[in-house]
Design a protein around this ligand. Structure first.
Ligand SMILES: [Zn+2]
Length: 76
């Protein structure tokens, strides 16, 4: 058993990811905490759409049956 530094739960070693740079070979935070950390860092759900390129976004929408037409407007 090993205590997570973040949530302070005593968890089985299998609940921790591997980290060869550490003495016990395990990460300090349990997988739940790692996942939570990753989610916060990668942003909230709707913001992930910004990761799409325009082409990939159009493709994804069309896969869902959305008919998309984009008019490119140059206001300058
Ligand atoms: Zn934890």
């Amino acid at each position: 058993m090993k205590q997570c530094l973040k949530c302070k739960r005593e968890l089985d070693e299998s609940c921790y990811g591997k980290d060869s740079s550490r003495a016990d070979g395990l990460q300090r935070y349990c997988k739940d905490c790692r996942r939570e950390q990753y989610r916060q860092r990668s942003g909230k759900g709707k913001e992930h759409l910004l990761c799409y390129t325009t082409k990939a976004l159009l493709w994804a929408l069309r896969q869902k049956g959305v008919n998309v037409k984009i008019n490119y407007i140059n206001n300058q």
